[in-house]
Design a binder for this molecule. Structure first.
Ligand code: GUN
Length: 296
């Protein structure tokens, strides 16, 4: 078998088109444009790239945005005060504090200081808790993007064995919770693997759906999966490549060439899950502006 490709670029463009149209309708009905406040602390080059992609996508769909750049010397108290002002500012619909933070700041404390009604990343414990028990909530953007892909390609999950590799709060854990929920996309028997898992292959080989978000290039190889598996590769890793002008290429957490020979569906890297994350952030920001999740 050679896998069919799950085209994240295409589905992301469709999702962003939908959001653009919804923003237009929202404004035609007399409302102001949705506004996303990004907070970027310090000078992490990767964060700069991610924030650039998010703000470009906002402009494209008609969402207004501003990036507040703060020095990496900012104290926890100063940051909390800044976030508090944004919480109380009615012209701010969504607040996104780009991670990672400088080491002297606690990401738990910072995330919890954001008003959960403006938490378009879906990281606040209120949103994570509501997601867990099946109440409306902002869903973290990468898991929501994976679900949009499963929906677009009508990939069934009910009764399947879903194996998630990686237990991060941003991707692995919320994906595993969503897959196990009693929802139309869900109802899967779910296994979550992480760095303490003793025999990874024992689990991956029995997966009908395999989500890999471990941040390790080529962690999953063809011999570790069964024929017909659906593979969602969330990894984006830079590996040295002298044939590329930049000196590196981007690869996922799966060894694409060997895994695609066994899989029925697979996300490529780049062009799979990555573009979906930004599209879902646009969707969440519009939901925040409309107060759809938490009506007043
Ligand atoms: N850093 C890496 N991914 C993310 C994300 O989805 N949101 C935020 N705020 N920071 C990140």
């Amino acid at each position: 078998m050679s896998a069919k490709i799950i085209d994240g670029k295409k589905v992301s463009a469709l999702t962003r088109d939908e959001v653009r149209q919804d923003v237009e309708d929202w404004m035609e009905a007399g409302n102001r444009a949705p506004f996303l406040q990004v907070v970027l602390i310090g000078n992490d080059p990767a964060s700069d790239v991610y924030v650039g992609a998010k703000t470009r996508a906002c402009k494209e769909v008609g969402i207004e945005t501003d990036t507040m750049r703060l020095p990496d010397t900012i104290s926890a108290k100063e940051l909390k005060n800044t976030i508090n002002k944004l919480n109380n500012d009615d012209s701010v619909d969504g607040i996104l504090v780009q991670l990672p933070l400088p080491t002297h700041l606690s990401s738990h404390d910072v995330i919890e200081s954001i008003d959960y009604r403006k938490d378009v990343d879906g990281f606040h414990p209120m949103n994570v808790g509501r997601l867990t028990v099946g109440q409306p909530s902002f869903q973290s953007c990468t898991p929501a993007g994976i679900f949009e892909l499963l929906k677009h390609y009508s990939i069934p999950t009910k009764g399947k064995h879903a194996v998630v590799v990686g237990a991060s709060n941003i991707v692995g854990r919320p994906v595993s919770i969503l897959l196990s929920r009693e929802e139309s996309i869900g109802k899967a028997t779910t296994t979550i693997c992480h760095k303490y898992t003793k025999d990874l292959t024992q689990h991956t080989i029995s997966a009908d759906i395999l989500v890999v978000a471990a941040g390790q290039p080529s962690l999953i190889r063809g011999e570790m999966v069964k024929e017909g598996v659906v593979v969602i590769d969330v990894g984006i890793n830079r590996v040295a490549d002298e044939n590329k002008d930049k000196g590196y290429s981007l690869v996922g957490d799966c060894h694409f060439e060997s895994v695609k020979e066994k899989a029925s569906w697979i996300t490529p890297v780049p062009g799979g899950v990555g573009p979906m994350t930004v599209a879902m952030l646009m969707k969440n920001t519009l939901l925040a502006a409309k107060k759809s999740i938490y009506p007043e």
